[in-house]
Design a protein around this ligand. Structure first.
Ligand code: 5AD
Ligand code: SF4
Length: 493
């Protein structure tokens, strides 16, 4: 495996920082898509800050505008092209640098469209070249010639990039990237490549550092977290040793990493990773997204049960409740197997709550298939359901399947599912009233400066009165009333 030398990127960043020195330059960033993309954006922000750009929310002020795109569903494309139309005038008046990266840039037809219809875009970069952003910026500042920096082959796990985190209580940590599952509706395996896991030591070091900085909640990210290290084991890659590149130099801000020899031995799977993170002092909560039901092995269920910091709240994507549709989706489980898994998890893990993803209107979905989905929703009683209308993705098998469901039927089913989900959530919310919940206080409420907001272990938003000193603490809160998307609480004295 060829090692990526991140020290070169440190040098590019330093060169750009020098060019930009004293110019008071600003950047704006738009992130579309999932939490993995948000985590990538935090790294892009980290890189831009080392290059002497400061963040602004006002696009008209920005000297550099970055779009980090998603392509899981079609509407993201419309949003990107709409926004590009808007910022064209800033390019014309003040020469703003425009860079577009992320999943959508791994789709050839999108890159072609950009080149033809939006020639004012300066940098197009893909998911496997994010770490070269400093080099791309340097080239554009020097040459002013459009850069297309996209790799088709799988990228490597890059360590040591600077990161500017959005939050001070919760932090996301990517543990693996890519996906080997090829669900037939999904574009992710084509744009993010095959599964690659970070080494246990790099992950544990990062979380230890986050704990020192005062972070309380860790969200582990990956397209398929419970197959963490599987590919490495199958290929015989020794993941205990850090094969991956480490920078030997450090720069004034960012591009540094700790070289401490922290404990990482014994981590050889997702379950053992959870157990190891559970031992890290200072961290109060551990969450993860997304696991695949087919890989939800007993050792993971037992680790969730045994680890006091791992939230008893699991996101378990269902996608469809019909065995026939699941088969066409290549999900590799049946309706019954999903329900059995839920049963086993509920029996093993006291007070377990679940959330899920559901796609409505996959090709060939009949009324009977859809009724199966409603049935699973009724039986499981999810705390949260993320509902999606099936969206054809170019290059996926689903796009070629016969019997595409008409738009009107998809919407009608979506509305029926939404009504059921909302009535179930309303029922569940009632059961919280009068109970005392441990709430991690995340900050001030966005809607009311005088109120605090936090979350229960089961990820319910709780709004309460209290002083700012509580931010970052887990406090007992009695729930006094329920509303569809949040609970109101009172701190216990
Ligand atoms: N259409 C609709 N929803 C999709 N998802 C993934 N691909 C598609 C698609 N083509 C949903 C799945 C996945 C979530 C992240 O997005 O439910 O779990
Ligand atoms: Fe897409 Fe399926 Fe992989 Fe999830 S598991 S990223 S839905 S292919």
């Amino acid at each position: 495996m060829e090692k990526i030398d991140i020290t070169k990127q440190v040098e590019w960043a330093q060169k750009v920082a020098k060019i930009n020195e004293g110019k008071n330059l600003k950047y704006a960033i738009y992130t579309m898509g999932c939490q993995l993309n948000e985590n990538d954006s935090e790294k892009l922000c980290g890189m831009m800050e080392t290059m002497n750009y400061c963040k602004t929310e006002k696009i008209e002020e920005a000297d550099l505008v970055v779009f980090n795109t998603c392509c899981v569903r079609e509407n993201a494309e419309d949003k990107l092209f709409g926004k590009l139309g808007e910022i064209k005038k800033f390019k014309e008046t003040k020469g703003t640098i425009i860079a577009i990266g992320g999943c959508m840039m791994q789709e050839k037809h999108i890159v072609e469209k950009l080149k033809q219809s939006y020639p004012f875009v300066d940098i197009i970069f893909g998911t496997h070249t994010l770490h070269k952003f400093a080099e791309d910026i340097y080239q554009i500042l020097i040459n002013r010639k459009r850069i297309e920096d996209i790799l088709d082959i799988d990228g490597e796990v890059i360590e040591g990039l600077p990161i500017k985190r959005e939050d001070s209580v919760k932090a996301s940590v990517t543990i693996m990237n890519g996906c080997n599952n090829f669900c037939t509706y999904c574009i992710v395996p084509y744009v993010r490549g095959r599964e690659r896991s970070r080494s246990p030591r790099d992950i544990l070091d990062e979380i230890q550092e986050l704990s020192k900085q005062g972070y309380k909640e860790i969200m582990l990210l990956g397209q398929n977290v419970n197959s963490y290290l599987r590919s490495e084991k199958e290929k015989g890659i020794p993941f205990e040793n850090n094969l991956l590149s480490k920078p030997s130099v450090s720069c004034q801000q960012g591009y540094t990493r700790s070289n401490s020899e922290s404990e990482y031995e014994g981590v050889n799977s997702f379950a053992t990773l959870l157990r190891a993170i559970n031992e890290i002092e200072g961290i109060e909560r551990i969450r993860f997204i997304s696991p695949h039901p087919k890989d939800f092995t007993d050792d993971v269920i037992e680790a969730i049960r045994d680890c006091d910091k791992v939230c008893k709240f699991v996101h378990l994507p269902l996608q469809s409740g019909s065995t026939q549709v699941l088969n066409k989706m290549n999900r590799k489980y049946t309706k019954e197997q999903y329900l059995q898994l839920v049963e086993k998890m509920k029996q093993t893990i006291p007070n377990l709550t679940l959330s899920t993803d559901i796609i409505v209107g996959f090709p060939g979905e009949t009324e009977e298939d859809f009724t199966d989905t409603l049935d699973v929703v009724k039986q499981v009683g999810f705390e949260q359901v993320y509902m999606f209308i099936y969206s054809k993705r170019v290059g996926t098998p689903g796009a070629q399947m016969p019997n595409q469901v008409p738009e009107a039927t998809k919407h009608e089913r979506f509305d029926r599912l939404k009504r059921l989900v909302e009535s179930k959530i309303a029922q569940q919310n009632q059961t919280y009233v009068g109970t005392t919940q441990k709430v991690l206080i995340e900050g001030k409420s966005k809607n009311n400066e005088n109120m605090l907001t936090g979350r229960t272990d089961s990820n319910k938003v709780v709004v309460l009165e209290g002083s700012e000193e509580l931010i970052g603490q887990v406090v007992p809160v009695t729930i006094v009333s329920e509303h569809m998307w949040y609970l109101k609480g009172r701190k216990e004295v």
